[in-house]
Design a protein around this ligand. Structure first.
Ligand code: GLU
Length: 315
C-alpha cells in the first residue's frame, strides 16, 4: 500500500518550489492574470479516501477538461452515431488548429480538440437553448462530484466570447461542411459557457471517479456509463487528451488524462484513483507545466501507469 499522504506532500513541496513554471494562457484575457505560483493536487482512491496538497480547494477554470464530461453526455444522447461526425484519432496538431478540417471534410479528428468539442456541443444542444444545455452539463458535473456549489465563471465565459475568434472560425468552417445542426453562435454560446465551468482539484477528482470505477458513481453506486464506455473514454483521453503532446504525456505519465488551458489536468488510474492537478503555467503545447510534472512524479512513485506491470496488481 502506498503512503499517498506522504507522496502528495512530497510532490506538492517540490512543485511549490519549482523554478520553471510555464506561462498562463494569454489569449483569454481572464486567464492571463492567473498566478503561476499556485499548485494544487487531489487524489480520490477507489476506497474513497481523499488526499490533497497545495491549493486543492481553489476553483480554477476547467476549460478543455470539460470536454470529457461533455463527451460523456453526448455519447449518452446519441451513442455511437457521434462517431459519424467526430473521429477518434490523435490530431498531432494544436488544440485550436483548423488545418485538418479542410482535407477531412469538416470532420474533426477527435472530441478533445476544439473543433471536436464544438461538434459535441452541437450534439448536446440538440433542440434546446444554449442556457438550458449548459445548466444540464453543470448539473451533471455536480452530480458526478457530489457537490452542488460547482458553477460557471461568467467573467471567463464573457472573455472568451469576446476573443474566441479561432473558435468562431472553426464553428463556421464546420457549418459550411454541414457538420453543425445549430447556428455557430448558439453552439459557441454553449461551448464557451462549458469551458468556463470552474472547479477545485478536489471537486474535479471527485467528478472523475466514474472513469476509475468502471462507469459507476461511487457516491451512490449508480451507473453513469457502461464499463465499456468508461474504458473507451479513458482510451480517448490517453491518445488525444493532451493535444499534440498526447504521445509525450503517455510516455511520461502513462495514464489517461485530459488537460485544459486553465492549467488543470484530470488523470485516471483505472480501478485505483481519480487524480486532479492544477497549476496555471502552461508549456508550449498548452498543457500545465507543473501539473504534468506532478503526475509524472506520482506515476513513478506509485507505478500506476497503465503500461506498468504493477498496473493490474493491487497497490
Ligand atoms: N476555451 C478554450 C478554447 O476554446 C479551451 C482550450 C483548452 O483548454 O484547450 O480555446
Amino acid at each position: 500500500m502506498h503512503d499517498l499522504t506522504a507522496i502528495v506532500a512530497d510532490i506538492t513541496e517540490e512543485m511549490q518550489a519549482a523554478p520553471d513554471r510555464g506561462r498562463p494562457a494569454d489569449y483569454i484575457p481572464a486567464l492571463a492574470r492567473a498566478d503561476v505560483s499556485q499548485f494544487g493536487m487531489a487524489i480520490v482512491t477507489a476506497d474513497g479516501s481523499v488526499h490533497t496538497g497545495g491549493s486543492a480547494d481553489e476553483p480554477f477554470s476547467l476549460q478543455s477538461v470539460t470536454k470529457v464530461f461533455a463527451l460523456t453526455q453526448a455519447l449518452g444522447r446519441v451513442g455511437d452515431q457521434l462517431w459519424d461526425r467526430v473521429g477518434r484519432e490523435p490530431s498531432g496538431s494544436a488544440f485550436n488548429s483548423i488545418v485538418q478540417l479542410e482535407s477531412e471534410q469538416g470532420i474533426p479528428r477527435n472530441p478533445f480538440i476544439n473543433a471536436g468539442a464544438i461538434v459535441v456541443s452541437d450534439v448536446n444542444l440538440a433542440r434546446g437553448a444554449p442556457r438550458a444545455a449548459l445548466a444540464e452539463l453543470v448539473n451533471f458535473v455536480r452530480y458526478l462530484a457530489d457537490d452542488d456549489t460547482i458553477a460557471v465563471d461568467t467573467e471567463v465565459a464573457a472573455s472568451e466570447l469576446e476573443t474566441g475568434f479561432r473558435n468562431v472560425a472553426l464553428a463556421n468552417y464546420m457549418k459550411s461542411f454541414g457538420n453543425l445542426r445549430r447556428s455557430p453562435e448558439e453552439v459557441l454560446d454553449l461551448y464557451f459557457g462549458q469551458c468556463a465551468i470552474a472547479m477545485s482539484c478536489r471537486q474535479l477528482a471527485m467528478a472523475g471517479r466514474y472513469l476509475m470505477a468502471a462507469g459507476l458513481n461511487p457516491t451512490n453506486g449508480h451507473r453513469v456509463v457502461s464499463e465499456a464506455r468508461a474504458r473507451r473514454i479513458n482510451a480517448l483521453m490517453l491518445t488525444c487528451g493532451h493535444y499534440d503532446a498526447s504521445g509525450d504525456f503517455a510516455f511520461r505519465v502513462g495514464l489517461p488524462g485530459k488537460s485544459g488551458v486553465g492549467g488543470g489536468i484530470l488523470a485516471v488510474a483505472p480501478g485505483r484513483a481519480s487524480i486532479s492537478v492544477w497549476s496555471p503555467g502552461l508549456n508550449a503545447q498548452g498543457n500545465s507545466q507543473l501539473g504534468t510534472l506532478a503526475l509524472e512524479r506520482l506515476a513513478t512513485r506509485t507505478g500506476w501507469s497503465v503500461f506498468a506491470r504493477g498496473a493490474v496488481a493491487d497497490s
